[in-house]
Structure formats: C-alpha cells, structure tokens
Design a protein around this ligand. Sequence first.
Ligand code: SAH
Ligand code: SF4
Length: 346
Amino acid sequence: MLDVQPNLYDLELTDLEALLKSWEEAPYRARQIWEWLYCHKVTSIEQMTSLPKSLRERLQAETRLPVPHVLDKLESLDGETRKDLLELEDREQVEVVLMRYIERRSACISTQIGCSVGCKFCATGQMGFKRNLTSGEMMMQVLHVAREVEARGKRLSNVVLMGMGEPLLNYNHTLAALRRMVDHKGFQMGQRRITLSTSGIVPGIYKLAEEQFQINLAVSLHAATDELRNQLMPINRRYNLNDLMKALSDYIAQTNRRVMFEWVLIEGVNDTPEQAEALAARVAGMLVHVNLIPLNPTEGFEGQPSSPERMDAFVNILDRHHIPHTLRLRRGTDIVAGCGQLRQRS
Ligand code: SAH
Ligand code: SF4
C-alpha cells in the first residue's frame, strides 16, 4: 500500500493543505504538521501533540513518516567527520556525513542511489545507477543530521549536495527538497548555506539559473581540456567544456553568484602545469573560485593523490594568474566519508 500512503516528507505545504481539506480538517492544521516536521523535527506522529488524537490516528493510518533506520555509525579519528549509514524503506542504503569544522556543521547528503555519470575516480560512479531519491528521502537525510547536531546543543549550519548521485539528473526532486530546506515556515536553512554540486549537466544548469535561487553552485571540473576530461568524466562527451563554460557564464550573468569549481588533484594526471595553465585560461575573468582537493583513493581507480610538491606547483600557477582558489584538506577519509567515497554496501 506504499503508493497510496504518501510520505509526509514528500509533500509540499500546499499538498498537505489539500490533503487536510479533503479530510475536512481546518486549514491551519497543515501548518501545524509542517512545523512539527521541519521545526520540531519529530520522529513520530504521536509527538504532534497539538493535533487532536483523531487527526493523529488518521495521519498514522493514511500517511507515512519514515524515520531512517541507522545501520551503522562511524566517527573519524580527528572527531571532525561522522558518517551514518541509513536504511531507506525499500532497504536501499545511503550514507550521510556530518562535517564539523571551525564554526560550521555541514550535512553532506545524497540525491540518488548510485550515479549514472560514471566518473572514473568516484566510488559512487563505480557502482552504477540504482534509483533516484525522492525529495522526502533527501529531507530525511537532512533532518537526521540536524537532529544529531541539535542533540548536542548546536545548529546545522550548511547542507551540501555532494553525497551519492548527480542532483541535476534528479532535477525535480532535488529542487523540491531545496525549496523545503529553505522554507521560512519550516526548516529555514539560508539559501546561501546550501551548495549543489554537479558534474556539469548543461541543460540542468540553464534550468537552475531560471529558479532565482541564491544557493551556491559547485561544478566538478577536474580537467581543463576535453581530451583529459573525456577520460575522467565521460559526461564531457555529451556536454563538452565549451558548452559547460557557456552555460556557467549564463548562470553567473543571471544569478550574479560566484561559481565554485571542484578539482580533484590526481598525481601525474590532472596536476600538470599544462592543466593548470589551461584551467587558468578557461576561467580567466569569470566570477569563480577553484576548490582543489587531493584525490581520495577508491578501489576501482588506480590514481593517487598528488604529492605536496605537485600541489604547490599547481597552486603557484593559479596564483600567477590571480585565479582565486582554496586547497582543501582531506577529511573523514579514515572512515571513507570523504568526497567521492560514498557507495552502497552490497
Ligand atoms: N555528482 C555531483 C555531486 C556528488 S560528487 C558532482 O559530481 O559534482 C561530490 C564531489 O566529490 C564532486 O566534486 C566529485 O567530483 C568529488 N569526488 C568524486 N570522487 C572523488 C574522489 N575519489 N576524491 C575526491 N573527490 C571526489
Ligand atoms: Fe556521479 Fe558526481 Fe561521482 Fe561523477 S563524481 S560519478 S557525477 S557522484
């Protein structure tokens, strides 16, 4: 009966209002339920104590409030990263990561089970595509991490869509989840505290530019020539660098937001002076920031992270061309919770 009982987390406020109207309940009940879900972050309908018992019983009988089953919890040695393995209703699994550093507490969530894009260096890409996650399943992940953070008296400050999957290939569910995250009457996450990372799905970037969102867009670039990018990221054969850069210039013009480029440094592959020069040439004059991150090794890819010397040389070239950049340290890799290391257990 799963398909006839809606998952409450999949509903927009207007859907909830329509549902309650069809039950001949007062409209303000929808708002109350919304607040229980996203402000109080309850884990059961029982806990919605401002609702009459009869309404709670009807919700229990005719809707679902799936709370993820936590199969495993792992904490990194430095205590800065923690990874929980969650089981969804159909027993598929997703890992959610909480990163704590400086004043930030960020949740890294997934948008798909697996990924069809097939980047060679990425554990999720190596496992292939299983299915899209619904907006409710994305909210469930965010809420799970937010509850953990709040249990320790803090607040979740950021959400990054950098777990499993390509968000722009699951566009509608991802956008619905983003709208729910930033809802003023609900979860209330600031738009600028959310980062969506894409491998460069050009039509999705044009569409996103129209949404008038103030979220941060990160683009996984990893190579500045089509020849190399075709090898590392097969999606480049579909949307090549010129098309991608054109879409991003349009995105920047429309949103006036800086775009972040992700660049995973792989020893001897994309950390050469030629690639650094090609990158500088491609992004010169654009409102961008380059995030460099040494490769997190994965089982299905032979590449290794660049040595400190090669990273320095790469960074020097970007400096010389005045390209803003940050070299990010590897975090959570001892619990395989680093970027690109999430995959479903078999
Ligand atoms: N599909 C989206 C978002 C998820 S991947 C995207 O590709 O952007 C999140 C980030 O992790 C991307 O920048 C991706 O390129 C990076 N990544 C993938 N595999 C990695 C690895 N082995 N080491 C470091 N970063 C990796
Ligand atoms: Fe998919 Fe992103 Fe991994 Fe590429 S890097 S396979 S797009 S999850």
